[in-house]
Design a protein around this ligand. Structure first.
Ligand SMILES: [Zn+2]
Length: 294
């Protein structure tokens, strides 16, 4: 199972959230049949959703992250709940693009170097809270670091990594967020950044070391303390009941044309590929049930 560790350095100047998400990203790869670059892209976004999802408290709270760049990937979505469940969707999982000159997967070109990142927090109130921020590189970690710095005014170090094996399965995946606590001086944050930028590739560390060992490297100059540890998983909350409710909500005219056009109306969940099938008689019942309510 994937893991999330949260804590602080002992002087309480920085907090960290560290997620190991290999199993989550592998599940997304299998569900969406992603190309290698698409695996890295949706894997990074799902990992960010796991990290940000730790702020959710209420049973039904949810967080939705969306990337809409000008690259071939189209739209990417990741949704997290307060139980450390995530699910994701991408418009063009099949598209592959050439790697960069340094042989790294070119997630930036796949997403596109321009576009919009959006963060929607739904706390069950009338209106969900929405924030938008520009995509600055399409590499995802940089885009969210920019979002934290500008929209939330929190100096943030963020690294997201997915390592794809030669058989296309996910060898390692994870993310580490380190944020300065209020009152921390810019120089102190720069010191930390300088130290962490000199570390070898994050995805390679994930493949070779335990989470605790990786943290010891990132916090080489200070002690850290783990305060919470949780499991995380890919989980879709779709159900026949929800699909039925959604179908009924499209109106009798739409239901009528679905009924006329299809022997069986099939609805496929875009997050987990579960198929829900309805006969002409089922649709007839939905229309009658709607009729009695109106
Ligand atoms: Zn589903």
């Amino acid at each position: 199972m994937s893991r999330i560790i949260r804590g602080f350095d002992r002087s309480l100047r920085f907090r960290f959230i560290f997620a190991q998400t290999k199993e989550i990203v592998e599940e997304a790869r299998i569900i969406h049949q992603t190309s290698t670059t698409a695996t890295a892209a949706i894997g990074r976004l799902l990992t960010q959703a796991v990290i940000m999802g730790t702020e959710l408290k209420g049973d039904k709270d949810s967080l939705t992250l969306t990337l809409q760049g000008n690259g071939p990937a189209g739209k990417l979505i990741a949704v997290a709940d307060s139980h450390h469940h995530v699910k994701g969707y991408l418009e063009h999982p099949e598209i592959e693009i050439p790697s960069r000159e340094d042989h790294k997967l070119d997630v930036g070109a796949f997403i596109g170097h321009q576009g919009v990142l959006s963060v929607v927090r739904d706390y069950g109130l009338k209106e969900p809270y929405q924030a938008k921020s520009p995509i600055v590189s399409g590499e995802i970690a940089e885009d969210f670091a920019y979002y934290y710095a500008n929209s939330e005014q929190i100096p943030t170090f963020l690294v997201l990594g997915v390592l794809v094996d030669t058989d296309y399965s996910v060898k390692a995946a994870g993310g580490l967020l380190i944020q300065a606590m209020p009152g921390v001086k810019d120089e102190e944050f720069s010191d930390l950044e300088e130290c962490v930028h000199n570390l070898p590739g994050f995805s390679n560390l994930l493949a070779d070391l335990s989470m605790e060992d990786i943290l010891s490297r990132y916090f080489a100059k200070m002690d850290f303390e783990v305060l919470a540890e949780d499991g995380a998983s890919y989980h879709c909350d779709c159900s026949e009941e929800k699909v039925r409710r959604a179908l009924k909500s499209i109106g009798n005219d739409e239901l009528k044309s679905l009924q006329e056009e299809n022997e069986n109306t099939e609805v496929v969940c875009e997050f987990c590929n579960t198929k829900y099938s309805y006969t002409k008689e089922d649709l007839q019942i939905f229309m009658e049930e709607r009729g009695t309510k109106e």
